[in-house]
Design a protein around this ligand. Structure first.
Ligand SMILES: NC(=O)c1ccc[n+]([C@@H]2O[C@H](COP(=O)([O-])OP(=O)(O)OC[C@H]3O[C@@H](n4cnc5c(N)ncnc54)[C@H](O)[C@@H]3O)[C@@H](O)[C@H]2O)c1
Length: 448
């Protein structure tokens, strides 16, 4: 377990892949020994299992199929059969054949697995697994993939509560021992503008970073109406975004991207945070238990604070970006006009993003290239878990209204997961007679 003293820069340098923008290019042993899932000839077929066949899973599978390597989707798993069918159809339409005409999607009926336990069988058939379910399942799926010795691409966030984060951290250690490549879908680490800008910031272009703001301010996401005779478990699974055991609230599900950039720039994780939040606009019974806004101050070991803001209000100002202030200059955006600006004078560096590749593709290109060469290059899980923990700590602060410290957050025993996973089992958060779910009340709710 970590403590505050190793949240400083030195501890961070030793333990995190953030420094190199996702890839532990020099700090991990190269020349992997033969082990499960390793390929020593670029002609070998790399078998992929897709776990979680929704929008992102299908996209990630498509990106895996678009790499230069000899890859094949061989198994699919989902809680629901209809999601497998939709994803399979889409993959067959868009990526089914390699350049030489050979099939790249070969998933016979007996390799399509449905239900809560489906992931285990699909993982067993593959060399690389794509984990793209709602994040509540990620810890157990990642743990199983590592146990079975598979390379992993897993989507962010990697958990929804502290017990889940701890499980991912333990499995991340195991993955390192087994030299399994793990990429986490915090794709800014694979996006040239972030890599270039943050490398320069770390090299001192802006001096010490003394403040900043990170935002995911947008209009919100989908919602699926309750159907007659639907079990509570089925309703929550289909509407996973609005339930914390599955999603972790939007500060975790979306805003993690920007919070993770703050950690990357600061080269550490916050030692504490405090914040405010609530349900101002999106507050009916169709929206489960999550807040529609969170504003959090994250304080780092050097005493500096990064302000974070995320909200889901339709029809309002929108910004998804990060800004940082240094002692010598600032960066106002990582968007199209990204530049390192001194407080006086001409820009120190302007990034032209026009020729930059798609980070969603780059993360797969780099992962599959390493795997095909038998190289061990990626160990993103630890940072994925700690940035997930940062977002969860923010939620703990807005739900409780208290100052939350890193250690108490990481050691929290609050386990959001249902005692039993079955379609007729009950999740922990249930609606009252009017269909309304319990909502956190700052000052009263115990969230840590
Ligand atoms: N990196 C990014 O920019 C990005 C973008 C979108 C989504 N995501 C992440 O990808 C993940 C999936 O998001 P999505 O938008 O694809 O959601 P989605 O609802 O479209 O897909 C999730 C799929 O997982 C399935 N599923 C749920 N529980 C399962 C279980 N226990 N076992 C197997 N399958 C299960 C669902 O039935 C569904 O098909 C989330 O963690 C999300 O945060 C990342």
């Amino acid at each position: 377990m970590t403590n505050e003293s190793n949240q400083d820069r030195r501890g961070f340098l030793k333990t995190s892949g953030l420094l190199t923008g996702g890839a532990l290019l020099s700090s991990l042993p190269f020349g992997a020994t033969a082990g499960p899932g390793y390929h020593f000839s670029v002609n070998d077929t790399i078998k992929i299992a897709l776990i979680g066949c929704g929008g992102r899973g299908t996209g990630a599978a498509q990106q895996a199929l678009s790499t230069k390597q000899n890859v094949k989707i061989v198994a699919m798993a989902d809680a629901y059969r209809d999601r497998i069918d939709d994803a399979y159809k889409s993959l067959m339409e868009r990526g089914a054949k390699a350049a030489d005409g050979s099939p790249r999607v070969e998933v016979p009926e007996d390799h399509k697995f449905v239900g809560f336990e489906a992931y285990k069988q699909a993982i067993a058939l593959a060399d690389v697994v794509i984990l793209a379910t709602p994040p509540g399942f990620r810890p157990s799926h990642f743990e199983e993939a590592v146990r079975q010795g598979k390379h992993v691409f897993m989507e962010k966030p990697v958990a929804t509560d502290a017990p889940g984060v701890r499980k991912v951290l333990a499995a991340a250690e195991e993955a390192k021992k087994k030299k399994l490549n793990v990429v986490v879908g915090l794709q800014r680490h694979y996006q040239p503008v972030y890599r270039e800008m943050i490398k320069r910031i770390h090299d001192g272009a802006l001096g010490d970073i003394v403040g900043g703001q990170v935002y995911w301010v947008s209009g919100g996401v989908w919602q699926k109406p309750r159907k007659p005779n639907q079990t509570e478990m089925d309703y929550q699974m289909r509407n996973w975004y609005y339930f914390n055991w599955l999603c972790g609230d939007h500060i975790n599900e979306q805003h993690i991207h920007n919070i993770d950039v703050a950690n990357w720039v600061k080269q550490g994780y916050p030692v504490s945070c405090q914040g405010t939040g609530g349900r101002q606009v999106r507050n009916g019974k169709d929206y489960g238990e999550i807040f529609d806004h969170h504003i959090v101050d994250f304080t780092y070991a050097d005493g500096t604070t990064i302000n974070s803001q995320c909200r889901h209000y339709e029809g309002t100002y929108s910004i998804v970006d990060e800004k940082f202030l240094g002692t010598k200059g600032k960066i106002d955006t990582f968007g199209q006009k990204s530049a390192l600006l001194p407080y006086k004078g001409a820009p120190l560096y302007v990034h032209n993003s026009k020729a930059d590749g798609n980070p969603y593709q780059i993360e797969h290109d780099e992962l599959f290239d390493a795997i095909a060469r038998g190289q061990y290059k990626f160990a993103d899980a630890e940072n994925g878990a700690k940035s997930t923990m940062t977002a969860i700590m923010g939620r703990m602060a807005t739900y409780s209204g208290k100052v939350v410290k890193w250690d108490e957050a990481l050691n929290s025993q609050i386990d959001l997961f249902p005692a039993t996973l079955a379609w007729d089992a009950m999740p922990k958060s249930l609606p009252d007679k009017d269909g309304l779910y319990p909502i956190a009340v700052p000052g009263k709710t115990i969230a840590v």
